[in-house]
Every structure is written in structure tokens, then in C-alpha cells.
Design a protein around this ligand. Structure first.
Ligand code: NAP
Length: 256
């Protein structure tokens, strides 16, 4: 895989889970990384320490991606402190479960704001700078198998991830002439804090594992490897696609 030396990457939600592993991997490929967090500065500092341990370069910026002013600042900081921004990984995400008929408006607003509005306006800020500088770029959204697959009792999550599937397809066409590629990475079940409750409950974990042909959860590092490929020179001709990484789950799913 070609290296990312001289590139700058923003990774949202890189204080935990998949985003942390993506930040570490992209830095390992040579990119300078903007580590974003919302609530857990300790997690962001852990990411930075791990990057520094491999002689990588990073800065930490607090940004709530659901706030447009914060998304603008995230991109501004990349340009001011690191000299540009070539790669945007829209990873930050939340989920809230409830029966559809009981779902509160506040949950809808929170999930759609982080998972869809955030990537929309952060990508807008990213693109405006690249357009003005006449530079190419990469947008990689961490969506989910639920951009395509049902998830009963998580209608807000499905709506947000389905939305980002069409946003990706639309932007791939609109931004192609600017030399900006847009793709989604759609993980299945990955071992991260978002799944902690499920992973520690055998009654929930075991039926899920029976649904996964490869018989295990995926790792954060496996997702990060796919993102690193999509950010690399070798992926220069790829745009408008979703890359599923799920151990075969999508082809073999049965709701219990
Ligand atoms: P996680 O460990 O819970 O981490 C979520 C990250 O998002 C944290 O760094 C958190 O920051 C950040 N975040 C949340 N709200 C934010 C906001 N408003 N602004 C900025 N950052 C915010 O989750 P994960 O499992 O790694 O999930 C990462 C992405 O992968 C999500 O989009 C998720 O939907 C997707 N995904 C995960 C799985 C899976 O099985 N784990 C499967 C499919 C898709 P703070 O902690 O600092 O607040």
C-alpha cells in the first residue's frame, strides 16, 4: 500500500473504538492526523500517545460534529496547524434503541445530528477548502451494514446510516469533477465500546455469532486497514461505493 506521507487526515470520534484505530493506522502510514473528540479528552490523549509512540504526528481538537460551528473549526484547525486537509473520515456515531412507537424526538434529533448532519456539514467545510485550493481529497464515511440492512428497534440509527449511503452516492457524482472521492465503509459487528452491553451478555452475543459466517466479531484494526486502503493512492479510482466488512453477516442475517 502506498504511504500517506505529506497528507493530513481528520478522523472524527477518534477518542475511542474504530475511530481511534483509524487515526493510529493513518498516522502509521505517514499522515498527520487531527484527533477529534466530543466528551473524552482522555481517550483523545490516549490516541495521541499511541501515535507518538510510533513517531507519528497529530493534534487534538474538541468538536461536537452535530454543531456546524465545530465542524468548521475542525477543518480550520487542520489547515492552520497542519497546513491542509486531504482526507476526511466521518466516523463519529451514536445509536439509541427503542421501540419505534416510543422513540422520543430528542433521540431522533441526537442520532440524526451526529450520524448524518455532522458528516454533511463537515464534508461541506472540507470540500470548500479543497475547492478554493484546487486540491483533490478523500472522504470516507464509516456507515454500517445498517445503511442497507434492517435493525428493528433502532429506526433512528437505520435512518441515519441509510441517509449517509445516499449522501455518499450523491457527493461522489457532484465532487468527482473536483477530484474528491467519496466512499463508505460499512462494518458489521465490531468489538468496540458501542457494543459493550451486547458483548458482555451471552444471550445476545451468541445468537449474533451464529449469524456471522466467520464466527467472530471484527476488530477495529481490520476496519482501519480498509480505511487506510481507501485513503491510499491505490484507491484513487474508487468512488461512490460502499465497502462492507462484516464477516459475511449481511448475507446470512436472521432476526431472532
Ligand atoms: P464508540 O467506541 O462508541 O466511539 C464513538 C466515538 O464517536 C467516540 O470517539 C465519541 O467521542 C465520538 N462521538 C460521539 N458523538 C460525537 C459528537 N457529537 N461529536 C464528535 N464525536 C462524537 O463507537 P464505535 O463502535 O467505534 O463506532 C464508530 C463508528 O462506527 C460509528 O459511526 C458507528 O455507527 C460505526 N459502526 C460501528 C459498529 C460496531 O460494531 N462497533 C458497526 C457498524 C458501524 P467521545 O467519546 O469523546 O464523546
Amino acid at each position: 500500500m502506498a504511504g500517506l506521507e505529506g497528507k493530513v487526515a481528520v478522523v472524527t470520534g477518534s477518542s475511542s473504538g474504530i475511530g481511534q484505530s483509524i487515526a493510529i493506522r493513518l498516522a502509521g502510514e505517514g499522515a498527520a492526523v487531527v484527533i477529534d473528540f466530543r466528551g473524552h479528552r482522555d481517550g483523545a490523549e490516549e490516541t495521541q500517545q499511541k501515535i507518538a509512540a510510533s513517531s507519528g504526528r497529530s493534534i487534538i481538537v474538541q468538536a461536537d460534529v452535530s454543531r456546524v460551528v465545530d465542524t468548521q473549526n475542525l477543518i480550520d484547525q487542520a489547515w492552520q496547524q497542519l497546513g491542509g486537509c486531504d482526507i476526511l473520515v466521518n466516523n463519529a456515531g451514536i445509536e439509541k434503541g427503542s421501540d419505534f412507537w416510543d422513540t422520543p424526538e430528542a433521540d431522533y434529533d441526537a442520532v440524526l445530528a451526529v450520524n448524518l448532519k455532522g458528516p454533511f456539514f463537515l464534508t461541506q467545510a472540507f470540500v470548500r477548502k479543497l475547492r478554493d485550493a484546487k486540491k483533490s481529497g478523500r472522504v470516507i464515511n464509516i456507515s454500517s451494514v445498517h445503511e442497507d440492512m434492517v435493525f428493528p428497534h433502532f429506526a433512528t440509527y437505520c435512518a441515519s446510516k441509510g441517509g449517509i449511503r445516499m449522501l455518499m452516492r450523491d457527493l461522489a457524482v457532484e465532487l468527482g469533477p473536483l477530484g474528491i472521492t467519496v466512499n463508505n465503509v460499512a462494518p458489521g459487528a465490531i468489538a468496540t465500546p458501542i457494543n459493550q452491553a451486547m458483548m458482555s451478555d451471552p444471550a445476545k452475543l451468541n445468537p449474533l455469532l451464529r449469524n456471522i459466517p466467520l464466527g467472530r466479531l471484527g476488530t477495529r484494526e481490520e476496519v482501519a486497514g480498509l480505511v487506510a486502503y481507501l485513503a491510499s493512492e491505490e484507491a484513487a479510482y474508487i468512488t461512490g461505493s460502499t465497502f462492507v466488512i462484516d464477516g459475511g453477516l449481511m448475507r446470512n442475517y436472521h432476526e431472532q
